[in-house]
Design a protein around this ligand. Structure first.
Ligand code: 5GP
Ligand code: ZN
Length: 118
């Protein structure tokens, strides 16, 4: 069973923000911003590559509700999902990073020339 499935089953403790029948949101253990929450589906999906549009419809509302719950909906926030090796995905269970609580940096994200493929 993957790490996030263990969190869903409460075998590994987490600080839960919001939970419903299909999704759960909890604080990232290594926050990269004052607010750093992970939103995941309760059924195991490897990555964004494999998610259905039906599940994404529910996830969209769930993430909107997280932003309201922690009061970052008006001040602004960022939603990120890392996919595969180049995306930097470490946990192979679909998750959306919800980052906010301060003005977020937007920096150069790769070591190679960003214009190399233009
Ligand atoms: P990824 O790099 O796969 O996009 O993101 C995985 C995230 O999961 C990282 O931000 C990491 O800090 C977080 N993480 C890893 N293990 C745990 C854990 O046991 N509990 C919590 N709450 N977050 C975790
Ligand atoms: Zn899983």
């Amino acid at each position: 069973m993957c790490l996030f499935c263990k969190i869903i089953n409460k075998e590994i403790p987490s600080e839960i923000i919001l939970e419903d029948e299909n999704f759960i949101a909890f604080h990232d253990i290594n926050p990269k911003a004052p607010v750093h929450i992970l939103a995941i589906p309760k059924s195991h999906v490897n990555s964004f590559n494999d998610v259905s549009s039906d599940m994404m419809a529910g996830m969209t509302i769930f993430i909107q509700n997280i932003a309201k719950e922690v009061d970052i909906d008006k001040s602004g926030y960022r939603v990120i999902t890392n996919i595969g090796d180049n995306g930097g995905q470490e946990v192979k269970h679909l998750h959306f990073h919800v980052l906010g609580g301060a003005k977020l940096a937007w920096t150069h994200l790769s070591d190679s020339n960003p214009k190399a493929f233009l």
